[in-house]
Write a protein that binds this ligand. Structure first.
Ligand code: NDP
Length: 501
């Protein structure tokens, strides 16, 4: 297994790697073994200013490049990412911990997004519509917003960055990106790839540093007209408040408390597989992770048995080892938060079926591992059934019927993803209508989004915007209405309309 080569990172501003204006830095550790991977600068507002100046001047020129040519850069980016897929995936596993198979999947998501948004360069559709006046033409076009700020989390350090930066770039914006301090290596790689693909200097700028300094400076920077954020609810709400008072557009993708419903006619083997993959993939550190199962009382015992047996077969360890199914938690703070929730669950009266503790023996001793954990006899009011844990913990809640299951699913403050296992076509259609989440899966777990569909949630998960799909363009563009009068005279809308003409 490879050992780390410590990288000392710099910011990427105006097409160059630049020393930050502060001496401060912090180390980045591999959560699988605590090896040091990188030293990342803790930049400050001056670095954001420098990035903003570069972005403003670059954006003016970039917006004038025809969109299909802008798209060519993304297409080349996709090709380079494809070539470097294995390198990127291994680095991703080292900085984030997710197992190599999932890391490859995440990089693939970025590649898919590059090709998808490259296609968008030849669409960027607006509308044409008749004018109410003679000899007059009306249309609407998407115009770039200008300079956009993106703030990304550590759990999908390359995919989420591509979901945000690629639509912004194809639409003619310049980007200032603050990646999570825990996972800067994917940002280092992606900036280099976009540069290699021919992205003009200043169109993408990366400023490393803490959210409280760099993130806040981005919000305060007037030239940044949009903040697109993925992360926790607490931080997202804070950003929304500050952007609101500055009349800055803001797109928020935040937490989830995603539920799977298992009806008594479900294929239980498939359901158990889907639950396990969604609950313990990426060690439960996905915004779409399944953390609640509303199971019909008639099949509860059988599902419990299947889940416990399958969980016992999961191999835990360093995700670079192809045989490992569950990797580490991002850091010790994450481990403590998960342990705390397990303790809360037990004190609330939930029954622990398996797991429930940190794993630190033998080969796992230097890493941040938590045993895949299953609770049963959970009730909807318990904290473990309502709050986001962000770890490999899933809670089974017994229900009497479909209506009760949907009701419990919808009771939480979040609305990201949900799923149902059933063979009843009537319940399938009722579920896709009634589950109050931005994403609904039928006979699959709560994870598995594809990049050409909108990604995001209802209620406390976001503020109505979507990453991915064509919808991703919305926050990075302004609608411009254009009227072309070719009558040669002044025609006043609503006034000079001739009746019957
Ligand atoms: P955080 O909210 O802690 O951090 C997310 C990003 O925001 C990081 O880059 C962080 O910087 C930055 N940040 C922190 N404080 C501020 C601030 N005051 N102003 C501006 N930026 C700030 O979330 P996590 O990184 O812990 O990610 C986990 C969370 O993300 C979970 O709640 C999860 O559900 C959610 N998530 C949602 C997804 C979705 O699409 N709905 C997808 C993936 C995750 P730094 O850490 O460097 O200080």
């Amino acid at each position: 297994m490879e050992t780390a080569q410590v990288k000392k990172l710099k910011n990427f501003i105006n097409g160059e790697w630049k020393e930050p204006s502060t001496e401060k830095s912090t180390k980045v550790y591999n959560p699988a073994n605590s090896e040091t991977l990188a030293e990342v600068p803790l930049s400050n507002a001056r670095d954001v200013k420098a990035a903003a100046a570069a972005a403003v001047s670059a954006q003016k020129k970039w917006a004038l490049v025809p969109a299909p040519q802008r798209a060519e850069v993304l297409y080349k980016t996709g090709l380079i990412m494809k070539e470097k897929k294995e390198h990127l995936a291994r680095l991703l596993t080292m900085e984030n911990g997710k197992v190599i198979e999932e890391a490859r999947g995440e990089v693939q998501e970025g590649i898919d997004m590059a090709f998808y948004m490259a296609g968008e360069g030849r669409r960027l559709f607006g509308q044409t519509t008749p004018s109410e006046l003679k000899d007059k033409f009306a249309m609407s076009v998407r115009a770039p917003v200008g300079v956009v700020g993106i703030i990304t989390p550590w759990n999908f350090p390359i995919a989420i960055a591509t979901w945000k930066s690629f639509p912004a770039i194809v639409a003619g914006n310049a980007v200032i990106w603050k990646p999570a301090t825990e996972t800067p290596l994917m940002a280092f790689e992606l900036a280099g790839i976009l540069h290699e693909a021919g992205l003009p200097e200043g169109v993408l700028n990366v400023v490393f540093g803490s959210g409280s300094t760099v993130g806040e400076a981005m919000i305060e920077e007037d030239v940044i007209r949009v903040i697109s954020f993925t992360g926790s609810n607490e931080v997202g709400r804070n950003i929304a408040g500050k952007c609101g008072s500055r009349l800055k557009k803001v797109s928020l993708e935040m937490g989830g408390k995603n539920g799977v419903i298992v009806m008594d006619d479900a294929d239980l083997s498939l359901a158990a597989e889907g639950i396990l993959w969604s609950a313990f993939g990426t060690s439960g550190q996905r915004c779409t992770a399944c953390s609640r199962v509303m199971v019909h009382e008639n099949v509860k015992k059988e599902l419990e048995d299947r889940l416990v047996q399958a969980a016992a077969k999961l191999t835990i360890g360093n995700g670079l080892d192809e045989s490992i199914k569950v990797g580490p938690i991002i850091n010790r703070g994450g481990l403590e938060k998960i342990q705390n929730y397990v303790d809360i669950g037990e004190s609330e009266g939930a029954k622990l079926l398996t797991g429930g503790s940190v794993m630190d023996k033998g080969a796992l001793k230097n890493g941040c591992y938590f045993a895949p954990t299953i609770f049963t006899d959970v009730t909807p009011g318990m904290r473990i059934a309502r709050e986001e844990i962000f770890g490999p913990v899933v809670s089974l809640i017994s229900v009497k019927n479909f209506e009760e299951a949907v009701d419990i699913n919808n009771q939480v403050e979040f609305g990201l993803s949900s799923s149902i296992f059933t063979k009843d076509v009537n319940k399938v259609f009722a579920a896709q209508r009634d589950l109050d989440t931005g994403i609904v899966y039928i006979n699959a777990g709560t994870t598995g989004a594809e990049i050409h569909l909108p990604f995001g949630g209802t209620k406390g998960t976001g503020n109505g915007h979507r990453d991915s799909g064509v919808a991703a363009l919305d926050v990075f563009t302004e609608w411009k209405a254009v009227y072309v009068d070719f009558s040669g005279r002044l025609q006043r809308a609503q006034i000079d309309v001739e009746e019957g003409s």
